[in-house]
Structure formats: C-alpha cells, structure tokens
Ligand binder design. Structure first.
Ligand code: GLC
Length: 790
C-alpha cells in the first residue's frame, strides 16, 4: 500500500513489531500507563510501574488484592523485591515500589500479559504477569540472569496485600477484623479468606456472610521466609520502598486472624556467573481452600506457566484473526484491529475495570454496546449478552441501569434509554447473522419468572418508551438518557430528549423491518407509522435554526440552543439526526457544518460547547464537572466515534480523516495528552479546560467497541444489511485504498476498496448491480470483492 503511515513512537515508548505489544521504555511517562488483563472470571490491572490489583468475578465486590488508586505516585499493589544477600542492594522487578535507578527498563504491555524487563546490579530480569485463559489463576513468571560475571546470592520476595472483598475499602481497620490468613510452608503458599463480606443481597443474604472465595498466593520455590503482617514486614512506620523485613535474616511469621493481612514470600536464589533461573508465583482463587490449593499446585511449575502463557497469546491471536482491516494508516490499524477490540473484550466485557474506574457491574446499555465487538468474530457471544441483559429487565419493560454479578444487586433508575439498547444490539445481530431466531430465545423477567421470548422483551421496552412521550410526541428524558449527566432535566417527567427521539427513530425503522420478517405485519405497520410521526415531531420541535436541540427541561426551556451562553450545541443530537435519517438533506448539511464550526477540535468532537461553568440544577450533574472535563465540554470518546460515522454517512471524507486522527491516542504528543497511547480514553479535556487535549479515564470506555465498528462499517463502509453486505466507503482524502477480511453469512470475504473513477463493485470477478452484495447461496469458502469508488 502506498505511503503507509508507520507505527508511531514517542519519547516514553513505542509499539513493538506487529503492534500487539506496547513497550514503555521510560519509567516516568505523564501518567500510569496500564494494562487490563483478564479472562472471563479473574483479572488484574497493572501499570507500567508495577502497581495494580486483582479480582475475581467482580472487580469491585470481588477484589482479591488491595490497591490504592493514586495517579501521582502510583506505588500500591503487588510487587517483587530483589535483594542482594551479600551487599544488601535492593530493587524491585518493576519501578515501584523501590524506584531503584534501573540500568535498563521496559514494560511490555501485551494482549493478555505484561512483562517487565529490568537490569540492575548485574542481574537481568523479566517478570511476566498474566491470567490463564480459563482457570481462576493469575501467574507470575520470573526469569533471572546473572550478567555480573561472579556468583550471586539473591533473595526474592513476592508481596501483596489482601482485600478479599469490596474495594475501595476505606474502613481498613474494620475490614481487617474479619480477614484470616494461613501459611502452608510445605506448599509455599499463603491462604486468605474473609469472614465478613461488606455487601448484602438477596442471594447472599444479610452482610453477615463470608466472601465466597479463598485465595492462595504461592511460590514455586521452597520459601525461606513467610510473613503475613504488614507492620512486621515494613517495620514501624516503614515504607514499601524499603521494607525492614527484607534486611532481616529471620522472619517471625504472623498469620491468622489478628494481623494486618499481607502475604510476603521470600526465597533464596543462588546464581552462578552467567547462570539463569526461572521461578514464579501463583495467585489462585476458588470457592474452597482445597480448590485454591489444587490450582496453585497445578500451576506451580514453569512448564505449566509457559503452556498457559502460550494458550493466552494464541487465544487472543485467534479471537481477533478473522476480521482484519488494512488502511494506509498503521496507527489506526493497530487500534482498530488489535487494541480497541482487546480493550473492549478484556476491560469492558470481562474485567469491567480500568485504572481509573473499578465497576464490576454490568451497565445495561454499556456492556450491550460493548458486545458489538463480537458481532463479526463470535456472534454467539453477542447473543448470550442479549440474553443476559434481557434477564435484567422487569415485566413492565424497565431495566436495571446496572447490576452486580455475584450479588445481583441492581440499580433502578428513571433513565430512559437503557432499555432500548436491547433492541439496538438485537437489530445489529440480525443484520449481521440474518438469524431472526434470536427473537425466540427466552429469558425470564426479574419479577416474572416464566421465560419470555426476547421479542417480547423488546416489545415491552418499546411500549414503555411509547408511554413516556411528551404531548408533542417527543420521548421524555427522565433521569437521563445515554448521557447520564443530564440527570435532572426530566425528573418531573416533562423534560424531553431529542437525542432519544432520534435514537428511537432509527430503532423504529429497524424494527419495522424485523417485525415484518418475524411475521408480525401488525407491529411492522405500527412501527412504520410511529417512525413517520416521530421524525416529523423532531423536525417540527427540535430544530434550533442551525442545529438540533438536545432536549427540553421540565420547565419547558430548551437545552442546546443558540440562545444559550453555555451548552449551546450538543454533538449527539446532530450525529444521530444524520445517522438515523431524521434530518432532511438540507439539515444534514447545516448540522454537520455547525458541528465543524462549534464542536470539532484537534482532540476530537466535543460532546457539547461551550462548557457549563456554573452548576445548573435543572440540567444535572454534567454542569457540575469542571468546565471542559468529561461530558461537560470535553471530547467524550464514545460519542466522538459516532461523529466519525455521521461524517462518513454525510460523505465528508475530509472530516472523517480529521476526526480519526483527532481521537487516535497513538499519535498524540504524550506530554500534552498524558494517557496511554495504545487504548482509547473515556474523555479528553476540551478547550474550556486549561489542559485541553489531555486524555483520561482510559480502558473503561464504551468507545473501544464503537471505534472498531465505526471504522469497519462507516469508514471502510462494509455494512451488513438485512439481505446483503453493503459496500459504502468514505475514506479520508489521503487514503487511496483500504482492505478488509471478514466473515459474513458463513463465508470469508476479502474486500479491496480503491479510489477510482466510478462506483463499481465486483464479486469474484463479476460486476454486480449497485453496492449491496447478496447473501451467498452456499455457505463456506472465500469470496473476493473489488470495489472502486469515485
Ligand atoms: C458513562 C456511563 C455510560 C454513559 C456515558 C455517557 O460512561 O457509564 O453509560 O452512556 O457515561 O454519559
């Protein structure tokens, strides 16, 4: 491909080889640059300093190891210390907590693992952290090499603090009254459990209950020191940077129920000159102590750990292999093909956590949107997500805004869009697979235990939204729509949301078609009529002159109007008007022009502008964020991806190119941007912040799955439709071509898109009418598509 933009690097790090590893080479980038590593049950978040924490099943309620979120110092978590037994030199295998002047440092964040490479005091080390692909274990593999030219005796200590329950746990001294640890010297393991779990739920009863797991922290070698008490390890008023115990030959182990529970496991290592040694630690968590012990035993040896790491790497490679894109921009390719999807799956769907936010819960709208990442590569998983969310709906159509796995505690709110995302993702699933049998999948309601078909779930959601409509036909916003921060506009059930209207209008079009296919002509006709009326109402009441209003407050005042000083224009009300064919052509042009004038910045499209600078109680907490932060006039990346789709739909390739660059973290100047270059941030500060262009809240953001989908379906324009695969690209002006390989309806499609003189689509060498490739008559095989676009 001509003039391919190479993978970027910056002064703190670079992508390695094929881009699936990011190597942080300077231990002091502007913020902790982290990785979220997870399988479907356990995981860990680890930053380039080594700080971080681990969990099982729920990254908030099931936190296994203690950690303190601290962006400025970032030295809290699980560590490995190395001490030279002869001269007492001390360092750690990651920068934190010792912060020795490492002679060599690299933190390699990969898909499913992080490896720290260090050299200090003549010892080269590599510490790799990962989780098995299925078992509930976190594994640390440690490779040491003596490059000092003389025999060495080292003491290596693995360290962590137990939480075994809910984090953050500010009442630390209360929490520790219930923790219990036990040392098993023969096994080289420490066990931890918690007799009081700080949550109450229907399932687990009153909080007079135990944390339902036991964890084991085990070392592969025979330990020559075990410590279970923090003060004994640190020394009086000691410091994690130089724990007093490390300089003491004999440790008096303190385990049981009366300590400040940590686990420190020390082993002595003799390394001849030039010699190497591999050892490791295992953090195993299971329902019983026996199971935790047997997991620890199973993964004790280096071979078991190596085999596990190999499985993890192979699984990620395979998971992402069948759908790939290649554009002239390697920096975009590495985001869309690899990191954004890794982010969506590992952090959003499995961990439901990142360095900035530890949720553990499923957001009704959030993880449904995230599950779009499976549509092309494993649609069955998307289908299971639909079922899971349907089970968190009430019989009246309303849903939990979020709920916690483990306890099933859920949050009932007056948010008004959540329930509709089930219909949205189901429509995407049907477009992708052509399989309407998903409508007949069943799930019970929370308050009605008989399973009901998903079509019924969707219909009840629609009916509920139809009821919550203003006299002039616009959906009510209640306690917020997609934008949670618009939390006070409609508490009296009067305020309206034009965005929600636009979202609903798109769904009505989709479901007009789906009901028809499902043999429900009555519903199909009803939905078609409703769409027509809704589009007319939005255009009659929601147009401000140059753009669409965002909504109205309970008192009838408009939100997002040119008459306002702040909050004059909102992005979503423009982009969704375009995406869902609500805006007639002249309004498409005008609202896109307004987006460009008022919202597009070099950091991406702002969610609104100008930012609110004083709290407005009738709008919501969005106005209480500092100006330019997050939804309040920042670039909210989730919505910024929709702006790319809208620009592509409006065939504004120049804007597509600008917006793609604007939100690509890998090409940012790190001293201004601050956040990780390899994953999307939740938000970037807008111009009303003194730190315009600074990214934050990385990893845990719904933008990851969306970026992939938007680039695939709108920029490359390969969009599954009810009866065909539409090829409708809108490439940035400096791209002359792009390529995609993806599965669709049982076959593999290799699609070459090229800028040409005419619009022309050839399938397996034969020109087709139009740009929608019909569903192949036979499944299987490979097809080649060559598309030129003027
Ligand atoms: C947060 C919420 C998400 C919401 C978004 C926009 O990320 O978790 O549900 O859509 O903010 O307000």
């Amino acid at each position: 491909m001509s003039s391919k933009r190479p993978l970027p690097q910056n002064r703190y790090g670079h992508f390695a080889d094929d881009g699936t590893e990011y190597v942080v080479t300077d231990p002091r980038p502007p913020r902790p640059w982290s990785n979220v590593i997870a399988n479907e049950r356990v995981g860990l978040c680890v930053s380039h300093t080594g700080s971080g924490f681990s969990w099982i099943d729920n990254s908030q309620l099931g936190t296994v190891t203690r950690w303190q979120q601290e962006l400025a110092s970032d030295r809290s978590g699980k560590f490995v210390y190395v001490r030279d037994a002869e001269d007492g030199a001390l360092w750690s295998l990651s920068p934190s907590p010792v912060w020795a002047a490492l002679e060599r440092f690299a933190c390699r964040h990969g898909m499913g693992y992080t490896a720290f490479e260090t050299a200090f005091h003549g010892i080269e080390a590599r510490w790799t952290l990962f989780c098995d692909d299925a078992a509930t274990v976190e594994l640390w593999k440690i490779e040491l090499r003596n490059a000092s030219g003389r025999a060495r005796r080292l003491e290596l200590t693995g360290f962590l603090e137990w939480c075994c329950g809910v984090a953050p746990a500010p009442r630390r001294e209360f929490g520790r009254l219930f923790l219990e640890t036990r040392a098993d010297a023969a096994r080289g393991a420490v066990f931890a459990k918690n007799h009081m779990w700080d949550v109450s739920s229907e399932r687990y009863g009153h909080w007079n209950t135990s944390f339902p797991y036991v964890s084991a922290f085990a070392v592969s070698e025979e330990p020559d020191g075990m410590q279970g008490d923090k003060a004994a390890f640190l020394g009086r008023f000691g410091d994690l940077a130089a724990p007093a115990a490390l300089a003491q030959r004999e440790w008096t182990p303190l385990f049981g129920r009366h300590e400040d529970p940590i686990a420190a496991l020390r082993c002595a290592i003799d390394l001849p000159a030039g010699g190497s040694r591999t050892l490791g630690f295992t953090l195993a968590t299971a329902e019983t102590e026996e199971d935790a012990a047997s997991l620890a035993d199973r993964f004790r040896g280096a071979e078991a750990k190596d085999a596990s790491l190999e499985r993890v790497r192979a699984a990620w490679q395979k998971r992402l292999a069948t759908h790939r894109m290649e554009t002239p921009d390697a920096a975009l390719d590495v985001m869309t093909n690899d990191w954004a999807r890794y982010q969506a799956i590992a952090a959003r769907l499995w961990a439901r956590a990142g360095y900035y936010q530890q949720s553990g819960a499923f957001g009704f709208r959030d993880q449904l949107q995230d599950s779009q990442v499976w549509l092309t590569i494993d649609p069955e998983r998307c289908r299971r997500q639909l079922e899971l969310h349907a089970k968190h709906q009430f019989a009246d159509g309303s849903v939990y805004h979020w709920w916690h796995p483990l306890t099933e505690q859920g949050h009932v709110t007056k948010m008004t869009d959540d329930l509709l995302w089930l219909a949205f993702v189901m429509a995407s699933y049907i477009r992708e697979t052509g399989d309407v049998s998903v409508l007949r999948d069943t799930a019970p309601y929370l308050d009605e235990k008989t399973p009901a078909p998903l079509s019924d779930h969707v219909l009840r959601a629609f009916r509920r939204v139809f009821q919550r409509t203003s006299p002039r036909g616009i959906p009510l916003i209640g306690a917020g729509d997609w934008n949670d921060g618009l939390s006070a506009m409609g508490l009296q059930e009067k305020g309206e949301s034009f965005w929600l209207g636009q979202f609903l209008a798109g769904l009505l079009a989709d479901w007009t078609e789906i009901w028809k296919r499902a043999g429900r002509a009555d519903l199909s006709a009803e939905f078609g009529d409703r769409r027509t009326a809704l589009v007319a109402a939005i255009n009659a009441h929601g147009w401000d002159g140059e753009w669409y209003l965002r909504g109205t407050l309970d008192d009838g005042r408009a939100l997002g109007s040119s008459r306002d000083r702040v909050g004059r224009i909102f992005l979503n009300a423009q982009t969704w008007a375009i995406l869902n064919d609500v805006a007639p052509p002249d309004r498409v042009a005008r609202c896109l022009a307004s987006v460009k004038t008022h919202l597009v910045t070099e950091a991406g499209a702002l969610l609104l502008a100008p930012a609110f600078d004083v709290p407005v109680s009738g709008i919501g907490y969005i106005t209480r964020y500092a100006p330019g932060l997050r939804e309040n006039g920042g670039v909210y990346t989730h919505a910024a991806t929709w702006a790319i789709a809208a620009a592509a739909k409006a065939k504004d390739g120049e804007l597509v190119g600008r917006l793609l660059d604007a939100i690509n973290p890998s090409i940012k100047e790190p001293d201004r941007y601050f956040a990780e270059p390899y994953v999307l941030p939740g938000n970037v500060d807008g111009p009303d912040s003194p730190h315009h262009g600074r990214g934050a809240w990385t990893w845990y953001t719904g933008s990851a799955a969306w970026l992939h989908r938007v680039v695939a379906e709108w920029v490359l324009g390969v969009r599954p439709d009810w009866d065909g695969l539409r090829i409708d690209p809108c490439l940035p002006p400096d791209w002359d071509r792009a390529r995609m390989v993806r599965p669709w309806r049982g076959a593999t499609w290799e699609i070459d898109i090229e800028r040409g003189v005419a619009n022309d689509v050839e399938v397996d060498g034969v020109r087709i009418e139009g740009n929608v490739i019909p569903v192949p008559k036979q499944a299987g095989g490979r097809h080649h598509v060559h598309a030129t676009f003027a």
